[in-house]
Design a protein around this ligand. Structure first.
Ligand code: FES
Length: 203
């Protein structure tokens, strides 16, 4: 006669089998309950992630863009105040506005290599670089040159030399009532694999 495990009593075989069956039933129920708990936590986690992303998007949408400062819209002077080939630093927009023969380009001054600020060197005579064969189309000198690892870019932001993986990022630029208007900020940056003449906004 098997021993009652809990009470130390001997039980008839039929009763012992009944108790074993009950034990097994409880074990299966516990396993199911713990699986349900895991699924519930996964579902709640996914829902919380979705709600978080949606709230961030809404917050971004509702936050007003600053005017006249980085992260907002910056007015960069009158169209006719620029000469062809001119590169003007727009400090409040952390960018340069460049007058190329095809129009205007706004370039973020952050180096696409590791993020250093890239100065404009008006007298630099580094050679080469698409899309214009080294700026020779309208001038024979002047480049953006990063002080950190010497990446060099022409007026279109195209890499002439150095370790940077791509051209300088552009900001959207438009002409409004004869003025250059630049939409600045990290979320406005246009990342290009190659710079082209057509990147310029016509005057
Ligand atoms: S950060 Fe500009 S070249 Fe490295």
């Amino acid at each position: 006669m098997p021993l009652d495990r809990d009470r130390g009593l001997f039980l008839p075989p039929a009763r012992a089998a009944q108790l074993d069956a009950l034990d097994e039933q409880h074990r299966v129920q516990r396993a199911r309950a713990s699986r349900r708990l895991v699924f519930r936590w996964v579902a709640w986690g996914a829902l919380a992630t979705l709600v978080g992303q949606w709230s961030l998007g809404l917050l971004h949408f509702l936050t007003p863009r600053r005017l006249g400062a980085f992260g907002g819209v910056v007015v960069a002077g009158a169209v006719e105040s620029y000469k062809i080939g001119e590169v003007r630093v727009i400090r409040e927009g952390k960018c340069y506005v460049v007058r190329v023969p095809e129009g205007f380009i706004a370039l973020w001054w952050k180096c696409p290599h590791l993020g250093c600020t890239v100065p404009w060197l008006p007298n630099d005579v580094s050679e080469g670089g698409p899309p214009d064969g080294g700026d020779r189309a309208f001038t024979d000198k002047g480049h953006f040159k990063c002080p950190c690892h010497q990446s060099t870019y022409n007026r279109y932001g195209q890499i002439v030399s150095g370790p940077a993986p791509r051209p300088m990022s552009q900001f959207p630029l438009r002409v409004e009532d004869g003025k250059i208007v630049v939409d600045t900020g990290p979320d406005r940056a246009i990342i290009r694999s190659v710079a082209r003449f057509s990147d310029a906004t016509p005057a």
